[in-house]
Design a protein around this ligand. Sequence first.
Ligand code: ADP
Ligand code: MG
Length: 241
Amino acid sequence: MPDPRLSLRGVTKSFGEVQVLRGIDMDIAPGEMVCLIGASGSGKSTLLRCMNGLEPVDDGEVLLDGVDIAEPGFNLAPIRQRIGIVFQSFNLFPHMTAYDNVALAPRRVLGEDARDRIEALFARFGLADHMRKYPDQLSGGQQQRVAVIRALAMRPQTMLLDEITSALDPELVGEVLDVLRKLRDDGMTMVLATHEMAFAREVADRVVFMDQGVVAEEGVPDAMFEAPQLERTRRFLASVL
Ligand code: ADP
Ligand code: MG
């Protein structure tokens, strides 16, 4: 295995009395697509937020290309460019066009206009005709694609995606999953929490089952879905498949 892009070592995180992550060890290789599955409350979102420093960890290491970004005082601003994150709720600014939502951060943070690159992203993901629209003129699936484009406009090396299709009407899920397929084919390193089991099975290099703040079981999709080793994995899969 090449040097991991992202490595977690013994990551723990509590909210008050509740320990939500209980010693997570994980390596993510460059270009790998890892799907996190597990019941609501198992710690998937918290784990993703710890991976780019949005949530400080209590203990353990978060190594990005070998550098521990969980060290107190570490300057996280450049990390946020290298690791993009997209959430279930699209969080687009309602008073700005789709294009301006995307252009905001490159302008402010990278100090570049990036027009050609942004227009190319809209075109690639089928939204060339929608750049000048406001979020409320777009469908949920289109808004979520804009949110993905917004993250990509910062040229991240890694994308974290937290249940990005969960708020969508079923008929809009496919167009967002298509975006992820394209990113995968580009070799983007991705970690996504998802309830889309068929999608995880189709595209993931590795599936990680989280249960109560630990990695309970992981493996290649066929093994995880066909022959899970643990009873709790079987029970979870039976509840969602
Ligand atoms: P998942 O994404 O797998 O549903 P989460 O990471 O969102 O799991 O949540 C794991 C646990 O942490 C849940 O019990 C949740 O209530 C709790 N939790 C998450 N975020 C916070 C927070 N900011 N404050 C307090 N508790 C939280
Ligand atoms: Mg979650």
